[in-house]
Design a protein around this ligand. Structure first.
Ligand code: SAH
Ligand code: SF4
Length: 453
């Protein structure tokens, strides 16, 4: 979401005649886009602004703070402390032009609907794009600062969304990810179907039939998940069989205290529905460990749930108390050691499952969107429809970024390795480059196909 917002502001700047430069040294204006969902990103912003202040002491420079942190008192105090000139909340990003014209300090913290205005298309040749279908959030999870920073939910009209999608397709986009804090509640804020808004499942079908090769979406709140979303995924081939369904905790007691508005049983029912429609669905989740009052027994319920679902991957977070949230005000934070010890156990569990899930892909064919060079010279990296990072040796006749059929021949918990297949289903010959090739022992292991599982 922040990348998308950065792109929005960049394109505003370009339309005002600015050039985007690669380093701070070349810049007259530096805008820092921020996340405020946990304490750590806030610390990073402080240290970055500290560095920028030093540069600004030596030469004229305009410093701007934008995004979620800018919306909070915490961010505004930081802005004052570091001599920031421009403060733009996530709902006021379009004020960037006005902000640059102003010779005074410029602060804008409104939530404006015009944000949904047409976003300029990505550069020609872009393969992957995000597409915001809604902003803000109407839930009130007790740990979460997002409703404060991003305001209430506002869905974009389907026409607006499809217009932006058309521009992305014209630029060559092959994979689009629909973005929102709670995409399953798409249109509800506008009066839903009564106002002519499709359900989220039908929006997925519309996007999936646009000619785009792959459609993904995030984030899907379990409370608003409907079986029709799983049905849409099954009946529309472009929609990837990948569901990111944040569970946060496996304990009903903790879920209640988080105000997540679903139970463990309700969540598992969604998983069953998804797998009935899509037996090969790839499931990912978000989990918070060490929520205030989480007991060892509660945490065991989270570990059990992980085994019951068998996720391919998970984002795991230590609970971070955020000033202004109900859990910050009403609950006492657990000791740091308890939280880190639980996270370590959860990470071990996740690694075990990712290893198992990835190993099961050895021998399968995957549609891989190869974006470009991997860290290893002579290799390309990309990801599958199920979002598994994948690395392949560059092959003769397949040296441009794009989507290719790949046979997976090796897996680690975090990476799949394979070979690009030609139209005849045979492996294309590896393109030898000065830096790659079988003579390099570290890459030889990747090139040699391992026995099929
Ligand atoms: N709207 C999405 C989540 C957006 S925030 C949803 O409801 O699923 C992304 C993730 O950050 C959340 O899923 C949660 O796991 C994590 N998160 C949010 N607030 C947090 C906090 N205070 N401490 C730790 N993790 C947090
Ligand atoms: Fe935060 Fe909950 Fe809204 Fe997600 S659904 S953004 S976790 S309040």
């Amino acid at each position: 979401m922040n990348e998308y917002d950065t792109h929005l502001v960049q394109s505003q700047l370009v339309s005002l005649g600015a050039d985007i430069v690669p380093t701070v040294d070349e810049a007259d204006v530096v805008l820092v886009n921020t996340c405020a969902v946990r304490g750590k990103p806030v610390e990073k912003v402080r240290s970055l602004l500290g560095d920028l202040r030093k540069i600004k002491a030596r030469r004229p420079m305009v410093i701007g703070l934008m995004g979620c942190l800018a919306q909070l008192d915490e961010g505004q105090q930081i802005a004052r402390a570091f001599g920031v000139d421009i403060v733009l909340g996530p709902g006021s990003l379009l004020d960037i032009g006005k902000a640059l014209e102003s010779s005074e300090r410029f602060w804008a913290l409104n939530f404006r609907d015009e944000l949904h205005a047409h976003v300029p298309p990505p550069p020609q040749g872009t393969l992957q794009a995000h597409l915001t279908i809604m902003r803000g959030c109407d839930h009130h999870c007790t740990y979460c600062i997002v409703p404060t920073t991003r305001g209430p939910q506002v869905s974009r009209s389907p026409d607006d969304i499809l217009r932006e999608l058309d521009a992305q397709l014209a630029a060559g986009v092959q994979e689009v990810t629909l973005l929102g804090q709670n995409v399953n509640a798409y249109g509800v804020d506008q009066g839903a179907q009564l106002a002519g808004y499709p359900s989220f499942a039908n929006l997925l079908r519309l996007v999936g039939r646009s000619g785009v090769r792959r459609v993904k979406f995030t984030t899907s709140h379990p409370m608003n998940f409907t079986e029709d979303v799983a049905a849409a995924m099954a009946d529309t081939p472009a929609i990837c069989e990948f569901v990111h369904l944040p569970v946060q905790s496996g304990s009903n007691r903790v879920l209640r205290r988080m105000a997540r508005e679903y139970t463990r049983e309700g969540y598992l029912q969604h998983v069953t529905d998804i797998r009935r429609h899509l037996p090969h669905a790839v499931l990912a989740t978000d989990i918070i460990v060490g929520f205030p009052g989480e007991t060892e027994e509660d945490f065991q319920h989270t570990l059990d749930l992980y085994d019951e679902v068998g996720y391919d991957s998970a984002y795991m977070f230590i609970y971070s108390p955020r000033p202004g949230t109900p859990s910050y005000t009403h609950f006492e934070d657990l000791p740091r050691e308890v939280k880190t010890e639980r996270l370590a156990r959860l990470v071990a569990k996740q690694k075990e499952w990712s290893a198992r899930k990835n190993a099961a892909k050895v021998g399968t064919m995957q549609d891989v969107l190869l974006r470009g060079d991997a860290h290893e010279p002579g290799f390309l990296e990309g990801h599958t429809r199920g979002n598994h990072p994948t690395v392949v040796p560059a092959a003769v006749g397949a040296d441009r970024p794009g989507t290719y059929a790949v046979r997976i021949n090796h897996a680690t918990p975090h990476m799949l390795y394979g070979r690009i297949l030609g139209a005849d289903g045979q492996e294309l010959p590896i393109r030898e480059t000065a830096a790659s090739g079988p003579q390099r022992p570290d890459t030889a292991a990747l090139i040699t196909p391992l026995p099929m599982a």
